[in-house]
Ligand binder design. Sequence first.
Ligand code: SIN
Length: 516
Amino acid sequence: MTVARLALCKILSSHLPRLHLPSAFSSASRQMSIAAALKNSSIFRSQGLIGGNWIGSHDGKTIQVNNPATGEIIADVPFMGRQETSDAISSAYQAFHSWSKLTAAERSKYLRKWYDLLMSHKEELGQLITLEQGKPLKEALGEVGYGASFIEFFAEEAKRVYGDIIPATLNDRRLFVLKQPVGVVGAITPWNFPLAMITRKVGPALACGCTVVVKPSELTPLTALAAAELALQAGIPPGVLNVVMGNAPEIGDALLSSSQVRKITFTGSTAVGKKLMAGAAGTVKRLSLELGGNAPCIVFDDADLDVAVKGTLAAKFRNSGQTCVCANRVLVQDGIYEKFAEAFSKAVQNLQVGDGFTEGVVQGPLINEAAVQKVESFVQDAISKGAKVILGGKRHSLGMTFYEPTVVTDVRSEMLLAREEVFGPVAPLLRFKTEDEAIHIANDTNAGLAAYIFTNNVQRTWRVSEALEYGLVGVNEGIISTEVAPFGGVKQSGLGREGSKYGIDEYVEVIFDAVN
Ligand code: SIN
């Protein structure tokens, strides 16, 4: 396979500052004061951004943004559709002419300034992420560092979009290959990483001269709007970055049907990715798709138990299980199964669940009621087919959309928990006997995004990681995402790569000039 392999890691939270909040505040009043402070801050925006102007929807319709931990309304944002998206596309199209003509060094400076502003507003952005998405503040601050790193990386990479000179077949000819920006990009992003999934797309797009219309998730638009405000403060010219949100099907259709939009980049479900792929055919647009996964996490008998427990915990419970690269199936070899199940459950039991603003909390709420119902139905399906819940297995006593961190044993491949992404804090343990069997179970899925293996055998490391049909493989490591490595899937987990030197290829056309 020609997919990039990742064996090294970056611990996202390693460089996080600690945020001290007065302990006298109750969680609810602390949140209200944080929300009030954020609304008065220079980065808070609750309108769409079109051509450098903050704009409401043409018919005045709005939608509420809620805090998933409390249900409280944080803000109303415009419910935009086809008309506003067309305006945003026109602005991006107009801005493309001048933005693409800047030198790489000039674009690089704008991006670097944007990175600096994102980092100097790290705390406010982190609070905004926790408020609208629910992830614990420490993890949210980690996302700000991770998200900003794509802007820093592509500010540097802007200067390295090299072409080629090809030896000509005729003496008086010169053959050149140039890389030119594709044009206007439509970027459709999810709620689980309200900042990082935007910067991972917008960074390379802007670096090589494209302009962008971003549609963030309606569940988490405030972080996107704050990031866009900081882009304006960085001096990025009006129209280069536009943000519309609201009626997802209308916005999607407007982006797909416009011949001025030359590329769609999307992170989200495989089902929506397939619709976008079909829709893009009408105007033959380029596509990058980062879709769902069904990550196997394979623990071999020869693994270091502590390393395997720690790594699986990180791979499974990051963002309460709500990432495309979260371990979805924990395959444990016969000889270590009981020991691993016991040690892993103990570790899971220690995960503190609660409001993301409470000190010590590492598991926030799920994004909404539908997400909890999906988790419940998957656990129910497993129980009805003979699996055993050894920890958790129900809604948390905190109510709302909190779900207990859960471990289920005796899971088999035909159960929903093993076939589809649960996208929640449930770790299903499956048993296997041989290496071949583990590889067979791991690859027996249409998905191919991330996989993890735990082993101390060097030969096995190479053998298994190369046999796995996955775009990213973590070896003895549960957190493998970093801006410097290519992120993306094989099979139905998507097309293209994000981040790293490969990420910019998705936004350039390879143009050939023959000069006499
Ligand atoms: C995702 O869940 O789609 C992204 C996860 C990551 O960047 O690590």
